[in-house]
Ligand binder design. Structure first.
Ligand SMILES: Nc1ncnc2c1ncn2[C@@H]1O[C@H](COP(=O)(O)OP(=O)(O)OP(=O)(O)O)[C@@H](O)[C@H]1O
Length: 749
């Protein structure tokens, strides 16, 4: 691959010593390679058949020309005979134009003006407004330190509602768009009620860890548990008597309490967690599996005073995998609390008096409520109070997902399957250049003042995360964005390219917990003046709050519209701007209807707009309306794909990774919801083209055939099973039946 690396130098760009262009198969210089011809042809045919395209051989023009001039075949390059060809990314099947009726833009930059910030979500109240909602001075002072001066829309409704003594017996459903501050919306009133209880007690009574756990918060991922735990730690730091600084606010209302948060998550040492529980934890934040484990095995868990059970990302918790676990948690919390209270009553001879509430109040919280989660809310919550942001209608369609952040722009681009990789690299480069050009104005010479992009790329499987992490990490080091110069292809200005080169991180559920933690922290803290890219599965799709997120790229579409909404909600949080890009292959275009039918508003970006950007220097990209010639774009993209297929990593290692990623991609593709399998149809997926997405020159047929057969078999088996047992899993009557049974069990517990 280094043969084809171009020199990089600062402007003015020198004439390249060798021009490199793609020479098609018919080129006389290629035809002159008589001794190689037959072997090459058969290799080419093999690839051509597998990929369904006419292959193109990449030959440096200088060598070809020299060979032709000498009247002899150019000296053959030493290489693996199965490599060295790249079928053109711009010919063959898979390029059908689709029209989906969305507004279309042919430029990377947004053509529509930025929408105005949502007035409803920006509180117009002055600082101190948290106190107006009933939050006491020490807590409000801490919020001020955390730079939270005004409550958000959902906080303005949730805090008074949850503090309202008249409604204190009921449960709550909190539904508000992503990034709107739901975490504090349920944490603040819980902390406030505990502080208020303490105020009503004689001077020697206080809340501390010996009173046991007051609130349990269960969330679907470890990362989210750690995040909420951190918010709690910060909130409680200055509002606990243990902190000397709290005496500042203590003159009027001396603080006595000492509340302790504790995080219980899979992947951590259970023994250490048991020790923490034994010491006592006022708040427990946990993932479902680990919580059940401790509820069953940790005797020291004290739940007699438990007053709140919060299910954050409630609809995800009702998903297949968690539904039963959450049900079990409900039962265990109730049974353990009852046992503990009875034991105390027997010991003391009088009924146990709980601190805040006799029953455990449940709080369901999410930006989306699937039908199953709604049914659960209706059946299991007592008099649930549906809390939505100030100014919104609580009786509106609970399943609606159209309430996405106001400053979020949603784009979809239809990229032929075989161009997916080059389009991804081009988009990353284009977005980074765009950000660099935007922030460079007024910041020339001061690179610390530049603002770059922070992107999450969602892919379907852990194997794909590993593969693209490896590939993109190398790509940014080794692929030089190339542009049209007067004499062919040139590399872009090195000093500028350095500034748009991203650091790549990865996160998926099969990584060891310390690595997960380290990667997420590094990505969150990554310098804002350099592009930061995180490759991830849906593990960071929900709840995760990363500062300065600018873009979400869904390289693989999600399994559910709910997941789409949560993924895009990682950006444009708290009234900041953000962009979400969705990649679809042309044959998947009907997925757009699935999204728009649920009220989501998208704009189509032409795939050419994405590819063009890789062929422009930052300087060229600053010229309004500049477009590189299409033949240059094609040559550059074919070269990029050629390098991708031939030049990365020790060949064996990357091939193994690629084949694994290819196989698991097929499995994931086959597991789309039954209602969407007509759109994400394995039979319509071109295996050869998909192979190119993973840098494979041909589809590993043994894998492809096996996967397609298995997927078809399992799809048929699932369909037969569903027909036999459940007429339709989304049938409201079926959901009701399931939820009724679950509610009965919980009630009995
Ligand atoms: N009143 C406030 N003022 C300023 N910033 C706030 C306020 N409340 C919350 N935030 C910040 O807003 C961001 C989003 O909050 P949070 O994570 O609670 O959103 P969310 O609604 O739970 O989002 P998601 O649905 O994605 O989980 C966080 O960085 C949080 O610190």
């Amino acid at each position: 691959m280094d043969d084809f690396q171009l020199n990089i130098s600062s402007a003015p760009l020198p004439k390249p010593p060798k021009k490199k262009v793609f020479v098609p198969r018919e080129d006389p210089s290629a035809a002159a390679q008589a001794p190689q011809k037959h072997a090459s042809r058969s290799a080419r045919r093999e690839q051509g058949n597998a990929n369904g395209d006419r292959p193109t051989q990449y030959v440096p023009q200088a060598k070809a020309a020299a060979g032709a001039a000498a009247g002899a075949a150019p000296a053959p390059r030493k290489r693996d005979p199965t490599k060295g060809f790249v079928s053109s990314l711009f010919s063959g099947a898979g390029h059908e134009q689709v029209s989906v009726g969305l507004p279309v833009e042919d430029s990377l930059s947004s053509l529509t003006p930025a929408p105005a910030p949502a007035a409803a979500d920006l509180a117009s109240r002055p600082a101190g407004a948290f106190q107006d909602l009933g939050i006491m001075a020490p807590l409000a002072a801490q919020l001020e330190r955390m730079k939270m001066l005004q409550p958000t829309g959902i906080q303005r409704t949730a805090i008074p509602a949850m503090l309202d003594q008249a409604k204190a017996a009921g449960d709550y459903v909190i539904k508000a768009q992503t990034g709107s501050g739901k975490t504090l919306a349920f944490l603040l009133p819980i902390i406030e009620r505990l502080i208020r209880w303490e105020r009503r007690q004689p001077a020697d009574a206080k809340i501390d860890r010996t009173l046991g756990t007051m609130a349990v918060i269960v969330v679907p991922t470890r990362e989210l548990a750690l995040q909420i735990h951190k918010v709690l730690e910060t909130l409680l730091r200055y509002t606990s008597a243990s902190n000397k600084d709290s005496s500042r606010e203590a003159s009027e209302t001396p603080l006595r309490h000492w509340m302790v948060p504790c995080c219980l998550i899979g992947g951590e040492k259970k023994k250490a967690e048991k020790a923490r529980i034994r010491k006592g934890a006022t708040f427990v934040v946990s993932t479902p599996g680990r919580l059940v484990d401790h509820l069953k095995t940790t005797e020291a868990f004290q739940l007699r005073n438990l007053s709140y059970f919060v299910m954050d990302e409630a609809d995800r918790l009702q998903d297949m995998g968690f539904e039963k676990v959450v049900e079990e948690i409900h039962q265990l919390l109730h049974s353990r609390q009852t046992e503990e209270r009875q034991a105390i009553a027997e010991k003391t001879g009088s009924a146990f008096k709980p601190m805040i509430s006799n029953r455990i109040k449940k709080v369901l919280c999410s930006a989306t409520m699937s039908p199953a989660a709604q049914a659960l809310a209706r059946m299991t919550l007592k008099n649930p109070d549906w809390i939505v942001p100030d100014g919104q209608d609580a009786s509106a369609d609970a399943e609606s997902v159209s309430d996405t952040p106001t400053l979020l722009r949603q784009y979809v681009t239809f990229v032929p399957t075989k161009q997916r990789f080059v389009a991804l690299v081009s988009l990353l480069y284009g977005l980074a250049v765009q950000a660099y050009n935007k922030s460079r104005m007024g910041a020339i010479g001061d690179h610390s003042a530049l603002r770059s992009i922070k992107v999450i790329i969602f892919v379907a499987t852990c194997d794909a995360v590993d593969f693209y992490h490896q590939v993109l990490s190398e790509a940014v080091e080794r692929f030089r964005p190339q542009v049209a110069g007067p004499d062919g292809l040139l590399s872009a200005d090195a000093s500028e390219i350095e500034l748009v080169r991203p650091t790549v991180y990865k996160l998926h559920g099969s990584m060891a917990q310390p690595d997960r933690h380290a990667q997420l922290n590094a990505f969150s803290a990554g310098a804002v003046n350099r592009p930061q890219v995180l490759l991830a599965t849906d593990i960071v799709g929900r709840g995760i709050d990363i500062p300065n997120m600018t873009h979400i790229i869904q390289f693989d579409p999600p399994n559910e519209v709910g997941d789409y909404v949560h993924r895009i909600g990682r950006t444009a949080r708290q009234n900041r701007e953000g962009e979400a890009w969705l990649f679809l292959s042309p044959h998947e275009h009907e997925y757009v209807n699935v999204l728009t039918n649920r009220g989501l508003r998208l704009v189509e970006k032409k795939a050419t707009a994405v590819l063009n950007h890789f062929c422009m220097t930052p300087k060229q990209a600053r010229v309004a309306g500049y477009r590189p010639p299409s033949r240059v774009v094609e040559a550059v993209m074919n070269k990029l794909q050629f390098d991708f297929e031939n030049g990365l990593s020790p060949a064996q290692m990357i091939t193994t990774l690629a084949e694994k990623a290819f196989a698991s991609h097929l499995r994931a593709y086959a597991s789309h919801r039954p209602s969407e399998r007509g759109i994400f149809n394995l039979k319509k997926l071109h295996m050869g083209h998909l192979a190119k997405t993973f840098g494979l020159q041909t589809a590993p047929t043994h894998i492809a055939q096996k996967q397609v057969q298995a997927a078809t078999r399992s799809a048929a088996a699932v369909a037969a099973e569903e027909k036999k047992r459940k007429p339709d899993p989304n049938d409201p009557n079926e959901i009701k039946k399931r939820m009724y049974l679950m509610a009965k069990k919980i009630e009995m517990a």
